[in-house]
Design a protein around this ligand. Structure first.
Ligand SMILES: Nc1nc2c(ncn2[C@@H]2O[C@H](COP(=O)(O)OP(=O)(O)OP(=O)(O)O)[C@@H](O)[C@H]2O)c(=O)[nH]1
Length: 599
């Protein structure tokens, strides 16, 4: 048990690539948490164990012992926060678990969109904030300009920012002193009933579920019978440890302390980030405030390219879910794509990460249908239905109005690209909320429909700004708009996997673009194929794919049977990648390509 005034708990907030991991490594190294000459070897050891037993060590949540210049030794707990707003709720929980933040800004770059999003979370959590300018070894570093930038854009005092190079190690001792002297010690009552926050949890195939906690009040010991207040579940603590970053067993954790436990918990789903942990026999009176489960906001269908991989996909999804409670999946069948899953994600990045892992780690070839947001259908009888898949849209006569999720998007971009960024946002039905300048960079804040952002907004933004823009968003709520379901009919048959929800004013343009694309993507058949976009029974766009003139084998004059057979076989092989739709075959590549917007 450590005295409260000898503990400092903190997190590091930064934009991606500004040096958060490098700084964390340096802090660990300099304090001898991992001895310098062993640093590499130790980390490698850890990786060996990881390989052998599948242990995932979260090296970025770590307990550091630091002998400060005042002669006292302090315990510094660094808690890693997920960097992206898709995990905004998890970020805000981990912020609640500590008292201060290091705000790391690349001195050659300045404040970026994710710096802002993350630092606001820290400010919301009442953190004391120490600005740290990193990469001052770079010739392009401009610490003075970036200090002004921090003051202008974030509005905090940066005059005594610590200037460092996490790469060379310059200034790291100053960071440690700043943590001790500028961040507050935690508060808490040792004699009160146990109250601890569940900050994070992960599945470890050797240890089972590992739970990271921050003790607020009371003391927790190995062997204690604990209770999760929201889920009501009780467990006996098998093991109590601190992360150094390896798990090192400890007898007890008191107020202000951070550590992990295992308790024969089967799946991560049973542990809710933000839940309050207390003693079963002597519970605390009140849970920590503000608990809310994270809810998926973006949905898409995942289908195996080869129908025979369905079981492998099911297995892989179940494995990933062991470690990710916010990723949902339900079996789905589509006439076009066969058996697959309708999956829910916290946001776009989350979707991309999961899809990548399924493809890379599990070696699956997948078809992803267009991401869709959750629309709220207000029915005439007063019921409100969440629509996860446009294909499930009920008869409009029963629907009173439709609401869609809106986001607040913050985009930071060099001046010269601002015009293109504003146009992109306007085209996507954005409403400008703010536009400010700091130096050569502009910051545009837009209220945008999430549905217009989920598909290819990142890609478009990157291409119009040559990669110089940074982007971040947060959900701001649901708003009614004139939304309709647009269906696509191929040869008069509706193709469900291609239906989308779209704003009425944009329907004609989207419909026309999709029909034109499909005309190029669907191969010709022996007959004429009409391709139509429709809202209800009303056709709003139409293209016609003309008939193929001749049988492909017709050009094999005479009776060259082998050539004819070869050609027919080739045709058959080609068909495997197609899906039969009534009399028409549609190649799988068409499903995603048709939905891309070229604006
Ligand atoms: N020149 C220089 N490069 C640095 C410094 N600190 C970090 N870098 C480099 O910047 C890049 C990003 O550093 P990371 O520590 O991975 O940044 P991060 O913010 O943790 O990035 P993510 O983990 O991707 O979010 C790496 O290539 C580092 O080597 C520094 O002080 N000087």
């Amino acid at each position: 048990m450590t005295d409260l005034d000898r503990i400092r708990n903190f997190s590091i907030v930064a934009h991606i690539d500004h040096g958060k991991s490098t700084l964390a490594d340096r802090l660990i190294q300099l304090t001898g948490t991992v001895a310098e000459r062993d640093m590499k070897a130790q980390l490698l050891d850890a990786m060996d164990i990881e390989r052998e037993r599948g242990i995932t060590i979260k090296a970025n949540s770590v307990r550091i012992e630091y002998p400060a210049k005042d002669g006292k030794t302090y315990i510094l707990n660094l808690i890693d926060t997920p960097g992206h707003v898709d995990f905004a709720y998890e970020v805000s929980r981990s912020m609640q678990a500590v008292e201060g933040s290091l705000l790391v800004v690349d001195a050659s770059q300045g404040v970026e969109a994710q710096t802002l999003a993350n630092v606001y979370q820290a400010i919301d959590a009442d953190h004391e904030i120490v600005p740290v300018l990193n990469k001052i070894d770079l010739p392009a570093a401009e610490p003075e300009r970036v200090k002004e930038n921090i003051e202008d854009v974030i509005g905090i005092d940066a005059s005594d920012a610590v200037e460092i190079s996490a790469k060379t190690g310059l200034g790291i001792p100053d960071v440690l002193e700043a943590i001790v002297h500028r961040l507050p010690a935690p508060k808490g009552d040792r004699d009160a009933p146990l109250k601890a926050m569940l900050v994070d949890s992960w599945y470890d195939s050797y240890l089972g579920v590992v739970v990271l906690i921050r003790v607020m009040d009371g003391v927790v010991k190995k062997g204690d019978q604990i209770k999760m207040m929201k889920t009501g579940a009780t467990y006996k603590l098998d093991r109590l440890s601190v992360l150094k970053p390896q798990m090192v067993d400890i007898a007890e954790l008191g107020p202000g302390e951070i550590g992990v436990f295992t308790a024969s918990i089967k799946q991560v789903r049973d542990t809710k980030v933000g839940d309050t942990i207390t003693h079963d026999k002597k519970p605390c009176a009140q849970a920590l405030p503000g608990f809310k489960p994270s809810i998926p906001v973006v949905f898409c269908g995942l289908f195996p390219v080869d129908a025979a991989d369905f079981e492998a996909l099911r297995d892989a999804i179940e494995k990933l879910q062991l470690n990710d409670a916010s990723f949902s999946a339900e079996m789905e069948t589509s006439a076009a794509l066969g058996f697959g899953f309708r999956c829910g994600f916290l946001g776009l990045l989350h979707l991309e990460v999961i899809r990548d892992r399924l493809e890379r780690e599990y070696d699956l070839d997948l078809i992803t249908t267009a991401p869709s947001v959750v629309f709220k259908l207000h029915m005439k009888d007063g019921e409100v239905i969440d629509l996860h898949n446009p294909a499930d849209m009920p008869d409009l006569t029963y629907v009173d109005h439709i609401e869609e999720p809106r986001i607040k998007a913050t985009i930071m971009v060099p001046d010269e690209y601002l015009g293109d960024v504003l146009k992109l946002c306007q085209d996507r039905r954005g409403i400008q909320m703010d536009l400010t300048y700091a130096g050569q960079r502009a910051m545009a804040v837009y209220d945008l429909p999430l549905s217009e952002v989920v598909f290819d907004f990142y890609d478009r933004l990157k291409s119009v700004t040559k990669g110089y823009a940074s982007f971040d968003y947060s959900l701001i709520g649901y708003r009614e708009d004139f939304l309709v379901k647009m269906s696509i009919l191929v040869n008069d048959e509706p193709v469900d996997a291609l239906s989308i929800m779209v704003h009425r004013d944009r329907a004609e343009a989207r419909g026309r673009a999709m029909c034109e694309k499909l005309k190029d993507l669907i191969p010709r058949h022996m007959f004429k194929i009409p391709i139509q976009a429709a809202i209800g029974a009303r056709v709003i766009a139409r293209e016609t794919l003309s008939a193929m003139r001749k049988d492909v084998t017709a050009k094999c004059y005479g009776g060259d049977a082998t050539r004819k057979k070869k050609l027919l076989e080739k045709q058959k092989a080609g068909k495997k990648k197609m899906r039969q739709f009534g009399k028409v075959e549609i190649p799988q590549s068409a499903f995603i390509a048709a939905l891309k917007m070229d604006d």
